[in-house]
Ligand binder design. Structure first.
Ligand SMILES: *Cc1c(COP(=O)(O)O)cnc(C)c1O
Length: 416
């Protein structure tokens, strides 16, 4: 069990709403920092351990900057994510560029910034060389195919579009070694929102074995393994959070038995998590606009799936707290909806909740990763604001809400 709480009272959030109307996302700085420190401390044994925050999860420079202060880099996969990292002051090898189906100008930008380039396919070696030149350090994304079980969001590895096969990995390192690359990394990401601790230990073990095989077959020492993202968070109250200390201990055991004292030692351990870092510490705050009673009971919010797409996209569960009614009995069953003209615009279906009234403030939990980031403008919806709840209880707006002018900015009405 993990108890779902919010880091503000009803009175505090009412005050905040006076200045910043709902809907908005609010992030808890203190909790994000504490969580970041927990991760770094769990892996303090690992030589050169580094987390590259997956920018796509919460592409806000203020969040990236506070994570930079905790020692994190940035994991980018597009031109604008690279630009965001640059604007945040994250540069050089503090940027991991793990993209796929990559356009040439993005490789050029990644090279200019000195980012660590993590190639998704063997054909990208020549493509990168042709468009941007080969760097001294190059990493490959490994797809273990049927050797590893997948999970619900990312699917089976052999059906995933990402990465090199085992044969291609060996061939690829031989090829770049011959072309003069001198430093090498190895990456994999075979899960998304995975809560099974052992899965990550097995993934590390698989990579350690591969590092040794690559050393034998290609005569190169891999400098780092990047375990990717995909570390899960407990969206449901009955979910058990992952145990970072357990995962770290398991990886350390494998490191000691498989890497220590071999020619592959030292081997740096990298991660590029998004969800684990900010997911539980971001909240979508919304006001109840309407109640509707037809064949079912509906509660209509001023937020919609343009603010948080995960329930509609994956049928994902997001916990809901009605402010001031935390201790009331769950006497009602509601569909909690947004206003899009799409029937799957529902934050919850048949959810047991306390009796809700118009004007109630509804908080949707675990919206701190892949939440605002997945926002869109369908139905003319405007993206909402992002706020940062500081450690001293004050609030800073870290992204304003869009206005109709933003929505129309790409149209030229004068040619009508
Ligand atoms: C999405 C993604 C991540 C982050 O995933 P989380 O589930 O947020 O940890 C990391 N690396 C790559 C290559 C990704 O595509």
């Amino acid at each position: 069990m993990n108890v779902k709480t919010v880091p503000f009272t009803k009175e505090q959030i009412r005050e905040i709403i006076k200045q910043y109307p709902t809907p908005f996302h609010i992030y808890d700085e203190k909790a994000i920092r504490e969580n970041a420190r927990k991760l770094v401390s769990a892996f303090s044994w690992a030589p050169g351990f580094k987390e590259f925050f997956a920018v796509k999860a919460a592409p806000n420079p203020y969040l990236m900057k506070l994570l930079k202060e905790e020692g994190f880099g940035a994991d980018c996969s597009s031109l604008t994510e690279l630009m965001l990292a640059g604007k945040t002051g994250i540069t050089g090898e503090d940027i991991m560029f793990s993209s796929n189906d990559t356009p040439p100008n993005e490789f050029v930008r990644a090279r200019e910034m000195g980012a660590v380039i993590n190639l998704d396919d063997i054909s990208h070696i020549d493509y990168l060389e042709q468009h941007a030149g080969l760097p001294e350090l190059l990493s490959f994304r490994y797809n273990p195919g049927p050797l590893k079980e997948g999970n619900a969001i990312i699917g089976k590895p052999e059906e995933a579009k990402y990465g090199f096969t085992r044969e291609q990995i060996i061939e690829g390192y031989k090829k770049i070694k011959a072309k003069g690359v001198t430093r090498f990394g190895l990456h994999t990401m075979v899960a998304s929102n995975e809560l099974n601790n052992d899965y990550f230990i097995e993934t590390a073990e698989m990579l350690f074995a591969l590092v040794r095989e690559i050393h034998e077959k290609c005569g190169i020492a891999i400098e780092f393994v990047n375990l990717g993202g995909g570390f899960g968070i407990p969206y449901r109250p009955e979910d058990t959070p992952i145990d970072l200390d357990y995962i770290s201990r398991g990886i350390k055991n494998r490191y000691n038995s498989m890497i220590s004292g071999t020619p592959c030692d030292p081997l740096k351990i990298f991660m590029e998590s998004g969800r684990l870092i900010t997911g539980p510490y971001g909240y979508l705050v919304s006001t109840v606009l309407h109640k509707k009673s037809t064949y079912k009971e509906y509660v209509g919010l001023d937020a919609c799936m343009a603010n948080l797409m995960r329930p509609a996209l994956y049928g994902a569960y997001h916990h809901i707290t009605v402010m001031g009614k935390e201790d009331r009995e769950l006497t009602k069953t509601y569909d909690v909806t947004g206003s899009l003209c799409e029937n799957n615009d529902k934050f919850a279906i048949d959810r047991k909740l306390p009796e809700i009234n118009r004007g109630d403030i509804v908080v949707i939990h675990d919206a701190g990763a892949h939440g605002h980031a997945m926002g869109f403008n369908y139905n003319g919806k405007l993206r909402s604001a992002e706020l940062l709840l500081k450690e001293d209880g004050s609030v800073v707006q870290i992204r304003r809400a869009e206005t109709p002018e933003d929505y129309f900015a790409t149209l030229d009405f004068s040619k009508l």
